[in-house]
Design a protein around this ligand. Structure first.
Ligand code: FAD
Length: 565
């Protein structure tokens, strides 16, 4: 059996390696248009920032590794330009010489990825404008930065000396992963950084009120955000610099511009074979990664896959799914019955020592598809036991089904151990867990690592309290118009206050119940929701109608930012 794999990075390389492990006899040819196979594109922003100093550290496995360890005929600088499905051949072009050869296949695997979006804007080809996708891209950026800009300062022109001014102003276009990671790395290098984003938030998969926390955090660390403004074009300015022009009429001076406008599935080659392309623009595959042609498989960023929660076709450009899909395609080619379960879009981004991570559906996705059978909770547990030094709050939002408690999605932000909470929730979600399962999940605990009630358990307990009716819930959006009871201590009110709330500290409440209305719903607030829950229980058992405002003042902070922005 002869298998040709197109694309030698995440999906393609893992397919080749897996196939060899399963079938010692298969003839495997892997072609890669670029100069490297199996490189760590996820590390590119950190190479630009100098965190990963050596370029060679990004090269996970070489062409030689594939030849020697895996007996794979691995060809770099080799582009697949045409598939003839009737003849089962692929035309290959040697990028260096231009020579075209034809190879036959029994099975073909496409893993061509998703190139960066590069709209035809005026000036987009000017020197100093880059994208971050490949090792040569990162190299070019580093060289450009290190080159400096020539200019004559007043003093030096007077004295006749020409000086080199280091490049110090970066404008990053696009507030997704790659844009934010690259912006962070420019800050590390001492740049003045502006990030222009057309949408009304960064990190589009997050719900907006959670993204507000990220925005506040990166602004605090030196990234200037320009949201709700699209780039309109670029102009060459004096002294080897650029002007980034936006649709709102603004102009941002830049020594370097990074385009991070997102990616689009590469379907060029698939189209030459007449393969079905889905409504989202990716190659359509079944759960065994088979395209509309049974002998052609496709994996990675180029394919459309089913969203695990909503069942919708979606595009997920992430390394984990690409690697797993490559492995599944190899399994199926080798005769095994492996299947892709769909993707939850589980993701994480690290920024200035903090992390934002999520899995599953966001509230905006559920709203978009008209799903009303969900509830959400906000919670702010400590990353580990509060009495052990170094505990940091984690801001969490968890979404679950009202009818059966099934976990639908989670988002978390914080400076410590966000990843393990979202990873645990991601596993739970894929296993079809409910919030009742989260209550019972047994996780490792010692005070420096977590709490006896880990944030994952805690999320389950809070959500289960809601569904069992022990803690009727309300959210700020509607609570503000209701009877608000603030049970915090006077010192806390001095820091932040909700003027319309009635204030009775929790310790005095049992003695002052007569001050509360029996004909109205009482919406109880505290700092995070914990004391409000205790009071809600107290009031319910005393015959009042009471609800806990989810997340208390902490959730007001970013929900308020949402309105104010
Ligand atoms: C800067 C950056 C940071 C990232 N960070 C993360 C992260 O932190 N976490 C995460 O999960 N994901 C991250 N990703 C995304 C992740 O790298 C991709 O999801 C993953 O690499 C997709 O794998 P793939 O095999 O589909 O495509 P790729 O890995 O992009 O490989 C496709 C390869 O196919 C080659 N190719 C295309 N067409 C042809 C052709 N006709 N002939 C020959 N070769 C061809 C291309 O040259 C390319 O090298 C990041 C991506 C980038 C660019």
């Amino acid at each position: 059996m002869k298998v040709i794999i197109v694309g030698g990075v995440a999906g393609g390389a893992s397919c080749a390696a897996r196939l060899r492990r399963l079938d010692e006899k298969a003839e495997i040819l892997m072609v890669e248009r670029g100069p490297y196979v199996s490189y760590a594109n996820c590390g590119l922003p950190y190479h630009i920032g100098g965190v990963i100093e050596k370029e060679s550290s990004l090269l996970v496995a070489s062409e030689r590794t594939f030849r020697e360890q895996f007996n794979v005929d691995c060809r770099v600088n080799c582009e697949a330009i045409k598939i003839s499905p009737d003849k089962k051949t692929v035309d290959l072009r040697n990028v260096t010489t231009g020579n075209i050869t034809t190879e036959s296949y029994d099975k073909l695997v496409l893993s061509p990825g998703a190139p960066s979006i590069r709209p035809p804007l005026p000036g987009i080809d000017l020197p100093g404008i880059f994208q971050v996708r490949t090792v040569p891209d990162a190299r070019a950026i580093r060289e450009w930065i290190e080159k400096g800009s020539l200019f004559l300062s007043g003093m030096n022109s007077y004295s006749g000396f020409q000086t080199v001014r280091p490049k110090t102003r970066a404008v990053v276009i696009g507030g997704g992963f790659i844009g934010l990671e690259t912006a962070e790395n420019f800050v590390h290098r001492g740049f003045d950084v502006t990030l222009v984003e057309m949408g009304d938030q960064v990190l589009a998969p997050l719900d907006q009120e959670m993204a507000r926390i990220v925005e506040g955090y990166v602004e605090k660390h030196g990234i200037r955000l320009a949201l709700n403004d699209g780039v309109a074009g670029f102009q060459q300015a004096a002294n080897d610099t650029l002007s980034v022009l936006t649709k709102s009429g603004k102009s941002y001076p830049a020594d370097i511009v990074i385009l991070a406008l997102g990616v689009r599935p590469d379907t060029t080659l698939a189209k030459t074979a007449g393969l079905e392309i889905g409504q989202r623009g990716g190659i359509r595959v079944d759960d065994q990664m088979r395209t509309s042609n049974p002998d052609i498989f496709a994996v990675g960023d180029a394919v459309e896959i089913k969203d695990f929660v909503t069942g919708e076709w979606s595009l997920i450009a992430l390394a984990g799914p690409a690697n797993r899909q490559g492995r599944i395609a190899a399994d199926v080619i080798a005769g095994r019955d492996s299947r892709f379960r769909g993707s939850q879009g589980t993701s994480i981004i690290g920024l200035f020592g903090a992390a934002a991570a999520w899995t599953g559906a966001s509230e905006k996705t559920l709203t978009r598809i008209g799903d009303k059978d969900y509830e959400k909770i906000y919670l702010y547990p400590n990353s580990h036991a509060g009495y052990y030094p170094g505990a940091k709050p984690i801001a969490m939002k968890v979404l679950f089904r009202k009818t059966d408690g099934r976990l639908l999605g989670a988002q978390a932000l914080g400076e410590d151990n966000v990843d393990k909470r979202i990873s645990a929730l991601a596993v739970a979600l894929q296993m079809g867990a409910t919030i009742y399962d989260l209550e019972e999940t047994e996780l490792c605990y010692a005070p420096q690592f977590g709490s006896a009630k880990d944030p994952v358990n805690f999320a389950g307990m809070v959500a289960a309290d809601v569904l069992r009716g022990d803690m009727p819930l309300s959210h700020w959006k509607t609570a503000k118009a209701e009877f608000l009871l603030d049970v915090r201590e006077p010192a806390e009110l001095a820091v932040e206050n909700v003027p319309e709330a009635v204030h009775i500290p929790i310790g005095q409440l049992r003695a002052r119940l007569a001050e509360l209305p029996r004909d109205r719903e009482i919406h109880v607030i505290c700092r995070s929701g914990q004391r409000a829950y205790i009071v809600t229980r107290m009031l319910l058992q005393n015959g009042f109608k009471a609800k806990t405002v989810s997340g208390g003042m902490l959730s007001l902070a970013h929900n308020y930012l949402l309105d104010a922005h």
